[in-house]
Design a protein around this ligand. Sequence first.
Ligand code: MG
Length: 250
Amino acid sequence: MKAYYVLLPLLSSLSLPLAAQVIQPWSGYAVHDGQRPHPTKVEAKSITTTPAPADADIIFDGTNIDAFTKKWAVKDGSLIATKTGKNSTKKSYGSCQLHLEWKIPAGREISGQKGGNSGVFLMGKYEVQIQESHTNVTYADGQAAALYGQYPPLVNASRPQGEWQSYDITFTAPEYKDGSVIKPATITVIHNGIVVHNAQELKGPTTNKKLAAYPTDHPEKAPLTLQFHGDPIEFRNIWIRELGNYNKKN
Ligand code: MG
């Protein structure tokens, strides 16, 4: 009986480290490995605030939230992640160019993954992490601009809490044939004007504490999703352009 009481807390304390020991064949590190080196910090002198081009779908212009399925709060031109849960666009997208600006409100207590967490999910499946990574330290593949659980950003371009930041993302949807992926998704991410992923191949939809892998069933298009992780992250100037093929007639 005594051994049981000793063993139980021991087992439960082991469960997270064991789960975290899934080694990524592409990096040699475990998923969410605390030993994985953090990227060099590069001071971003500004952010991008590109207005929506004429052919973009405007997802959020500071007031209108009709593009979304959930009614997140809007205040002073910002869309605020709220307790209704993750928020997806009504329209589905595949390959695309996405611009959005985000801010972690000043004054929030932040520690690791808690306090300043959201995320941009391309096709509702592939997360570009939103996190406070100017001063807050978490595992490298979960910091700001990480392809969550897969790759840290090439450099850390984070700005301080309370300041607006920008993502410019080019995403190419995966190609499938007969239930198998024949061309993985790729993603380029520019954080505050600085390239942090360069046509990086995604290993599959985002997972937590597990190795990513492509499913047998994958839609050609799916809604863009913003994560609600319990924190009131703010967004503004969100627009998206569908990317087609060369030589396509209008
Ligand atoms: Mg997140």
